[in-house]
Structure formats: structure tokens, C-alpha cells
Design a protein around this ligand. Sequence first.
Ligand SMILES: [Zn+2]
Length: 101
Amino acid sequence: MIPVYSAADPVEAEILRAFLAAHGIETVVLGAPLWGARGELQADVYPRLALRDEADEAHARELLRQYERRRHAHACWPCVCGECSPVTFEVCWSCGSERPA
Ligand SMILES: [Zn+2]
């Protein structure tokens, strides 16, 4: 099995497993049972996604890149007016103030 992604937590691992499955790529989540022991173990306990079929590797990595780009697009910057605008906006969607440098 080929590890392709380290998830931040078991929830993200499960979301990505379902995301890849929807594209016909079968993965397994490794390490999730260790999640409850994080802090007690020195080992890397983050859940990892691994491919069942290495032939899917290029496709899986492309989908994971898309996932990361989309996640980044959901990030936002705080405006002086108290609202939060997506990082793709140069001015605040609410008050029109320019994005701080
Ligand atoms: Zn604003």
C-alpha cells in the first residue's frame, strides 16, 4: 500500500477517503486507532491515507492537490469591520475596505 496523505485528524482522513472513493480510488486509513493515544506516544499518530492500488497514485495525488487548493480558497482574512473575506478577494465583501498588506 502506498501512503499518499497525512490527515490532520480522523475526520479529515474519513472525508478524504470518501472523496477519493467517489472518484473510484480505494484507500485505507492507517493509524486512526492511535489517535486517542496522541500526546502519550512519541510516534507519529496522524491518520494516513494509503492507496490499495498503486496504479491510482497519479490520479489520487492530483485529486489531493485539488482538495488542498480548495481548502486554501476557503481561508479568509479579517477586515477592520469585523467581517471575514475569502483570500481571493482584494477588498472586503462587506464594507469595501482594501485587504491589509
Ligand atoms: Zn470590511
